[in-house]
Design a protein around this ligand. Structure first.
Ligand code: FAD
Length: 424
């Protein structure tokens, strides 16, 4: 082990989207920051397909929007299909967006309650954020893995496994943006209360949908002519189907079923997804394995978590992103929440490191501000999921919900939820 004095002002554990935005923002404000990231490069396995909410504006403010919006020409088609023709120089509010299978008419409230949408593969986002963080002066140490840390009155020491052996890094503060299974959260003994939902099984895979299954506009053909549009969750009496082709050229199909227990001892297959889709929509749909060499998604999840850390701060240690909160995913809120955590925390930490007046209170405010917002996001994800469940009672609630969409106040509140914004 190499003993050192203070290595840096802030150590960021985890170079996913949250950690990389945080590091770039800290460096831009004159803070010495080192990111410790165990993987050699961003995960090649496709994950998120986009950012929804105020984080899109943050990316624009950091000069990244244009590059990311133009990442892939076929994303223009995706934007067109979801009704968000916003590939200008700067983001424009989406005129509509999906919520529990409804299409929210956001155009009516977009001036004061804008919802921005940026379809972009997560890997492209991470590559851009890393480039930007390095350019702004952050140090990113890949193939470095946190083993443990200890904090004392005026700093934090971290033991990090590196290709050259174990090193000890020291800093004034340490941030865990190390994902849902966060070692930082566990070692700081911060609980992750909330719910594990095991009543429904979700299945998701990259597949090819043959042309004969689709209409000219890309909707899935149904025998009764009520064809299913891409990108919108479709609720049936048996579950939920969502599908769409993203800029990567891959088509993602996912189902959510409440009454079809899965055997988690066997690996998920495209055949299993095909059976699930047939149950949900009531007819067989040809699905083929995806073209290309991959890597491709093939996932089954029998239990999903909706949890928020009991605190986002333990002394000199902070949590952000998936390390601080895990959502069931409806409304695609996770990336937005993590990036907003990062920008908020960067301001507060920079003030503390640079000795700005009032920095102590600002640091204290992080937990309250961002945890309150995370709890709100858990709630709105849960509301969306509950409105998609089968049953006559849910159908009745959906009718009431649809009627309330005529109320601009209600629509504005939903827009703020999607944006990850404190309701005004
Ligand atoms: C299939 C799938 C689809 C998704 N789709 C969407 C979507 O459409 N929209 C959306 O908003 N979200 C989506 N998500 C969620 C989104 O991917 C996550 O919310 C996002 O990655 C969280 O970013 P993060 O930086 O907080 O954590 P992560 O991306 O998990 O990054 C954590 C980083 O920490 C590193 N790390 C962990 N432990 C250590 C350690 N001890 N030492 C050093 N490094 C460490 C990891 O290698 C990783 O790079 C999806 C997720 C999946 C799996």
């Amino acid at each position: 082990m190499t003993p050192t004095g203070r290595t840096t002002d802030v150590i960021v554990i985890g170079g996913g989207p949250t950690g990389l935005l945080l590091a770039g923002d800290l460096a831009a404000q004159g803070v010495d920051v080192t990111v410790v990231e165990r993987s050699a490069e961003p995960d090649p396995l496709p994950r998120a397909n986009g950012v929804v909410g105020d984080a899109v504006r943050l990316l624009d403010e950091r000069g990244l929007y244009r590059e990311l919006a133009g990442h892939d020409r076929s994303l223009r088609g995706t934007l067109h299909r979801i009704g968000t023709r916003n590939l200008g120089r700067h983001p424009r509010p989406a005129p509509s967006f999906g919520y529990a299978g409804f299409r929210l008419p956001l155009r009516r409230v977009q001036d004061r309650h804008p919802v921005y949408v940026l379809p972009v593969p997560q890997r492209a986002l991470e590559l851009a954020l890393e480039r930007s963080a390095l350019h702004r002066g952050a140090v990113v140490r890949r193939r470095h893995e946190l083993r443990s840390f200890a904090q004392h009155a005026d700093g934090v020491h971290a033991e990090v496994a590196t290709p050259g052996g174990v090193e000890r890094l020291s800093a004034a503060y340490l941030v865990g943006s190390d994902g849902a299974h966060s070692l930082v959260r566990k070692q700081a003994r911060i609980e992750l209360p909330g719910a594990t939902l095991d009543g429904a099984v979700s299945r998701l895979a990259h597949v090819t949908i043959p042309r004969h299954e689709l209409t000219a506009t890309g909707a899935l053909r149904m025998r009764d002519g009520a064809n299913l549009r891409a990108f919108l969750p479709h609720r049936t009496s048996r579950g939920v189907l969502t599908f769409g082709s993203f800029g990567s050229g891959l088509t993602t199909v996912s189902t959510l079923e409440w009454d079809a227990p899965a055997n988690d001892d066997v690996p998920m297959t495209v055949d299993e997804l095909r059976d699930s889709v047939a149950r949900v929509v009531g007819r067989p749909v040809d699905l083929e394995p995806p073209h290309g060499s991959g890597p491709h998604q093939l996932r089954r999840t029998s239990s999903r978590n909706a949890r928020v850390a009991a605190t986002f701060r333990a002394g000199r240690v902070f949590l952000a992103g998936d390390a601080a909160h895990v959502f069931t995913g409806y409304g695609a809120p996770a990336l937005n929440a993590g990036l907003l955590d990062a920008a908020d925390l960067a301001h507060r930490l920079a003030a503390a490191v640079l000795g700005v007046d009032g920095a102590g209170e600002a640091l204290d405010g992080y937990d309250d501000t961002r945890r309150t917002q995370a709890l709100r996001t858990v709630r709105h994800s849960a509301v969306q999921e509950s409105l998609l469940a089968p049953g006559d009672d849910v159908t009745a609630r959906r009718t009431t919900f649809a009627a309330r969409l005529a109320d601009p106040g209600f629509l504005s509140a939903l827009a703020d939820e999607l944006a990850g914004r404190t309701p005004s």
